[in-house]
Design a protein around this ligand. Sequence first.
Ligand SMILES: Cc1cc2nc3c(=O)[nH]c(=O)nc-3n(C[C@H](O)[C@H](O)[C@H](O)COP(=O)(O)OP(=O)(O)OC[C@H]3O[C@@H](n4cnc5c(N)ncnc54)[C@H](O)[C@@H]3O)c2cc1C
Length: 370
Amino acid sequence: MSRKLLLAGGGHAHMMVLASLQRFIAKGHQVTVVQPSPYHYYSGMGPGMLGNTYSPEEIRFATRHVVEKQGGTFLLDRVQRVDPAANTAYLESGGAVSYDVLSFNVGSYVPQNMVATDRDRIFTVKPIERLSAARQLILDLAAHKPLTVGVIGGGPSAVEIAGNVWGLARGSNLQPVAIRIFARSAVMGEFPEGVRSRALRSLRARKIEIMEECEVREILPGRIVLGSGSSHELDVIFVAVGVRPSPIFADSGLSIGPDGGLVVNRYLQSIDYPNIFGGGDCIHFRDRPLDKVGVYAVRENPVLLHNLSAAMDGGSLKEFEPGGDYLLIFNLGDGTGIFRKKFLQFNGRAAFLIKDYIDRRFMKKFQAIE
Ligand SMILES: Cc1cc2nc3c(=O)[nH]c(=O)nc-3n(C[C@H](O)[C@H](O)[C@H](O)COP(=O)(O)OP(=O)(O)OC[C@H]3O[C@@H](n4cnc5c(N)ncnc54)[C@H](O)[C@@H]3O)c2cc1C
């Protein structure tokens, strides 16, 4: 019997499903994918694209092309809300799509409550594709005058962005670019001291200014205002203050976790509606809350593929096992990285080359489908 599968977002957790759409379509099912961009950008290489190490083409996956090539329907739109009782998703454009089985992989966003509405020279670290516009803006501005770039935040994204702006600014014929990080608490304070001190050493050696214990109250075009009332003039501003799942789930009356993510059981299945699934940053895994890292989204791929097939055609569901500690490598933007896995930490060129190899291999695997 022909049934309808709807994929909301084609993020990192849906890569195997997207690569296997033909399998669903060959059985007579209809598959629709909704995404606000024809491409999905691989976040792990996003800062490297900002720093000019990668081109946008190298770090993106042609979602629309892959869907249409296999006979699916691609809608350039955004899922805004679902009515789970009526099996209907409502889109930003005003349209509606009905489904038998729905899977969410819509990622997360940077909260923008302190950001002015005029965001011309203000860039949140997500969506990743905006980093390409940021790169161009910095190149255009620094061709004519010295610049000050501010990075708001103190986690790995802030460190990678600051480091890669430095890498970008080393380009020829550019005026000097001063880089300043404004962090509410200790930069990389959530990581072991060895990782934090390696990051600080690298940034300070390149004269990247680090201001800690510094609460940013308002982000305006051309300047930021701190909690203390003082203000800092900045030509370009990056906002890397952490991410949250989208409000879709709360707005749809689905059970949500503490940060608003869709609560799923060990089958990556909504605890309210058995025909709704999800993966990546947008879920709250009930058994054990997961860090918002691409590693988990990637590990969820085979389980989502299996369970969506089972939900469409019948069959038993597979459990997702998040696994133990994961490898993290930060791209510092100067050709080096920081490697951390369990107790092993080191920094330098080798760390970056390992990350580059893993990231390029991931992209090649899925770009091959194009
Ligand atoms: C700068 C930066 C660097 C990072 N580096 C790493 C790293 O090196 N390693 C690592 O493991 N993690 C890294 N992360 C974390 C990683 O980005 C996330 O954990 C990962 O992107 C989660 O994947 P996802 O598929 O859930 O979300 P996303 O990658 O955000 O994908 C979501 C997709 O859904 C689409 N979408 C969004 N809203 C809607 C909607 N309403 N309707 C339909 N479609 C929608 C988007 O266009 C996008 O294609 C980094 C994060 C940032 C910000």
